[in-house]
Design a protein around this ligand. Structure first.
Ligand SMILES: [Zn+2]
Length: 386
C-alpha cells in the first residue's frame, strides 16, 4: 500500500471512530467533564464576589450621598440665615438713612439740614458741613447697594445648592435602581451556584460508581460496567420537540375501551426521534403491533441510586435491543401510531423500581420526575423550564 493511501484509510478510520466515541464516554472523559464543571463553579463564585463588591460599593455611595445632602441642606440653611441677616441690616440702614434725611431736611418748618450748614462760622466750616452731610447719606446708600449685591450673590448660591441637591437625589435614585438589578443578578448567581453544586455532587457520584465498578481511566464506562445499571442524575424529555397531548390518569380516548391512562402522551410528526429519558438498560422490546402500546420499549434506570422503569409506546420502529446500555441521547426508536392510537405520539410511562410498567397501578405521574410544560403546550428542547 502506498503511503498516501495509508493516510487516507487512517483518516477514514478516524472519521468512523470519532462519532462512536462521542456517545460512549471513558472514565477519563467523565473526570474531564467534572473539572470543567468545577471551573464553571469557580467562575460563578468569582462573579458572586464581584457582584457583592458592586453591591457594597453602591450601598456605601448611597450612604455618602445622604451625608452630602445633609451638608447641602445645612449650607442652604446658613445662607438663608445670612440673607435674612442682610435684609435686617438693610432695613436698619434704610431707617438710619431716612432718619438722617428727616433730621436734616424736615425739621419743624425750618430745615435743620440748612440750619446745620448755615451755622458754619467760616467758609471752611461751611464746606466741611456740606461735605459731611452728603457723604453720610452717600455712605449709607452705597452700603445698602453692597448688601443688596450680597443678597443676590447668596440667592445664586442657594440656587446652585438646590441644583446640587436635585442631582444628588437623582443619583441616589439611579443607585437604588442599580441595587435592585444587582440584587436580582446576585439571586440568579446564587441559584446557578446551587445548580452547579448539585451537578458536581451528581457527577462525582457517577465517577465513583464507575471507579467502584472497576473501570479504568481509558475504559468506556457503559461497557466496563455493563453488568450494572448505569447511574444517572435526572430525567430528560423523550423528544427534542413535543406537544403535551394528554395527562396521566385521564383517558385521552373518551368513549374508548380504557378508563385510566398510565402515562402521558407527547405528540409530534411520525418519525420524530424518541430518546431514553435517562441513562439506562433496555429490558423489553416489543416489536409486534398487536394493539395496546403497539411497538414499545421498556428501559430500567438508576437515578441517584434509585431504580426506575420507563416505557415508550406506539413507536413506528425500534432501534435498540434487550440488554443494551443506553444513554439519555440514545435514539431508542421513532415516533409512530402503532397499537391503540389515533395519531403519531409517544406514550410514556414512568414506574418506581423494576416493573413491567404497563398499568396505572404500576406507574407514577411522569410530571413528578420529568420537567414537562403545561398541558396542551409545546416544548422545544429536553430541559428548559417553561
Ligand atoms: Zn397514552
Amino acid at each position: 500500500m502506498n503511503k498516501r493511501l495509508k493516510y487516507i484509510s487512517l483518516f477514514l478510520l478516524l472519521i468512523l471512530i470519532i462519532p462512536i466515541n462521542a456517545q460512549a464516554k471513558t472514565l477519563g472523559q467523565l473526570k474531564q467533564e467534572y473539572s470543567a464543571i468545577q471551573k464553571k463553579y469557580d467562575e460563578n463564585q468569582d462573579k458572586i464576589k464581584h457582584t457583592d463588591a458592586e453591591i457594597s460599593a453602591a450601598k456605601s455611595r448611597v450612604a455618602s450621598i445622604y451625608k452630602e445632602i445633609d451638608q447641602v441642606n445645612a449650607e442652604m440653611k446658613q445662607i438663608t440665615e445670612e440673607i435674612s441677616r442682610l435684609n435686617k441690616e438693610i432695613s436698619v440702614k434704610e431707617d438710619q438713612l431716612k432718619d438722617l434725611m428727616k433730621f436734616f431736611q424736615v425739621s419743624e418748618g425750618e430745615s435743620t439740614y440748612l440750619e446745620y450748614i448755615f451755622k458754619a462760622d467760616s467758609i471752611t466750616d461751611f464746606i466741611y458741613r456740606v461735605t459731611v452731610t452728603e457723604q453720610l447719606s452717600k455712605y449709607n446708600d452705597e452700603l445698602i447697594k453692597e448688601m443688596h449685591a450680597m443678597i443676590e450673590e447668596n440667592k445664586k448660591n442657594i440656587a446652585k445648592l438646590q441644583k446640587k441637591e436635585q442631582d444628588l437625589k437623582r443619583l441616589q435614585e439611579e443607585l437604588a435602581d442599580k441595587l435592585v438589578v444587582l440584587d436580582q443578578e446576585k439571586q440568579q448567581l446564587n441559584d446557578a451556584d446551587a445548580d452547579i453544586k448539585q451537578e458536581l455532587k451528581d457527577n462525582l457520584a457517577i465517577i465513583n460508581f464507575y471507579i467502584k465498578a472497576g473501570c479504568k481511566e481509558s475504559d468506556e464506562v457503559t461497557s466496563c460496567a455493563k453488568s450494572q445499571l448505569p447511574p444517572g442524575t435526572k430525567f430528560w424529555r423523550p423528544t427534542d420537540v413535543g406537544f403535551m397531548q394528554s395527562k396521566w390518569n385521564i383517558d385521552p380516548l373518551s368513549g374508548g375501551g380504557w378508563r385510566y391512562h398510565a402515562g402521558v402522551d407527547i405528540s409530534n410528526s411520525s418519525g420524530t426521534k424518541v430518546y431514553s429519558v435517562s441513562d439506562g438498560k433496555v429490558v423489553t422490546t416489543h416489536r409486534t403491533d398487536n394493539g395496546g402500546y403497539g411497538l414499545y420499549v421498556v428501559i430500567q434506570h438508576n437515578i441517584n441510586g434509585r431504580v426506575y422503569t420507563s416505557l415508550y409506546g406506539h413507536l413506528r420502529s425500534i432501534n435498540v435491543s434487550v440488554g443494551q446500555i443506553v444513554s439519555k441521547d440514545t435514539v431508542i426508536g421513532l415516533m409512530g401510531s402503532t397499537g391503540r392510537s389515533t395519531g403519531p405520539h409517544v406514550h410514556l410511562n414512568i414506574c418506581l423500581g423494576q416493573s413491567a410498567c404497563q398499568s396505572l397501578s404500576q406507574t407514577v405521574d411522569p410530571r413528578g420526575y420529568i420537567n414537562f410544560p403545561a398541558h396542551y403546550t409545546w416544548y422545544r428542547d429536553r430541559t428548559s423550564v417553561y
